[in-house]
Design a protein around this ligand. Structure first.
Ligand code: PAF
Length: 280
């Protein structure tokens, strides 16, 4: 596997594959890769002839009090893992390559409505940062297929929306969430948890499953949400939300709606913020 740092080196590689008629897949990441990321590479590899991954800790999607500075940078290990999972080229640009006019002067992509609720409301500017960098990366790689994890479900919807609305010629694939034995969704942020916090963290998935079970036996939606919040608080979490939404656009479901829903949780455990979801 080659690692390239500039747009022009990346384009040279991709242009050669295009001339050979290869189908090209892309897995964007912020690095510090784990088996969740590698499952995206494996899925991408199954659907394409050549796979590009990117590692770029994107400053514009972090809020001022978020973990941009301490986000783990582990490029050497990421390279080894990507190579052993069938990635052909890693694109690992610096900030100047991605934001040549500086961050403040950068063109921004906003995705209204779908990007405004839940994570969009809790993390103002986050989805504009994601949408901007993903648009740049898709324009640079010009893949046939790009794979994103369903753990970041709202991010996946934001990206599907921007691709359709900006007529970008790429198929977006949502890949299943990979979980630890106790159900905790794999995430780079799990490593911030203390041993004690890690022992509790499986409660998030258990709460999502309890929301699904309560929905199946016909409990009212508001009761399901408030019981989920209470369960998280009792286990020592500070919930930002524990909600049932329409899976197509994350809109509020009608009181009687039971189909096409998703349960989503965001909560803090100590200093770490975790998110997860379950399609119902
Ligand atoms: O999901 C992520 O890791 C990031 O939000 C992404 C899609 C790589 C954009 O920086």
């Amino acid at each position: 596997m080659d690692t390239v740092e500039t747009a022009s080196d990346l384009r040279t590689r991709v242009a050669k594959w295009r001339r050979e008629g290869a189908r090209i897949g892309f897995v964007p990441t912020m690095g510090n890769l784990h088996n969740g990321h590698f499952s995206l590479v494996t899925l991408c590899r199954e659907k394409t002839d050549r796979v590009v991954a990117s590692v770029f800790v994107n400053p514009t999607q972090f809020g001022p009090n978020e973990d941009f500075a301490r986000y783990p940078r582990t490029l050497g290990k990421d390279q080894e893992g990507l190579a052993s999972h069938g990635c052909d080229v890693l694109f690992a640009p610096g900030i100047e390559e991605m934001y040549p006019f500086g961050i403040d002067a950068a063109v921004r992509i906003e995705v209204p409505k779908i990007g405004e609720s839940l994570e969009g409301a809790m993390r103002p500017g986050h989805f504009a940062g994601v949408a901007t960098v993903v648009t740049k990366l898709l324009n640079l790689v010009q893949p046939d297929v790009a794979v994103f994890g369903r753990k970041d479900y709202q991010q996946l919807l934001v990206i599907e929306r921007l691709v359709r609305d900006l007529c970008l010629p790429v198929d977006i694939i949502g890949a299943p969430t990979q979980r630890e034995a106790d159900g905790l969704a794999m995430s780079s942020r799990n490593q911030y948890l203390s041993v004690e916090e890690r022992g509790k963290a499986g409660t998030i998935h258990a709460t999502l499953r309890a929301m699904r079970d309560a929905l199946l036996v016909g409990e009212p939606l508001e009761k399901i949400e408030s019981l989920a919040c209470r369960r998280l608080v009792e286990a020592g979490f500070v919930p930002d939300y524990a909600v049932l939404r329409k899976r197509e656009d994350l809109g509020e479901p009608s009181r009687t709606s039971r189909d096409g829903l998703i349960a989503l949780i965001a909560c803090r455990l100590g200093k770490t913020r975790l998110i997860d979801n379950l399609l119902l």
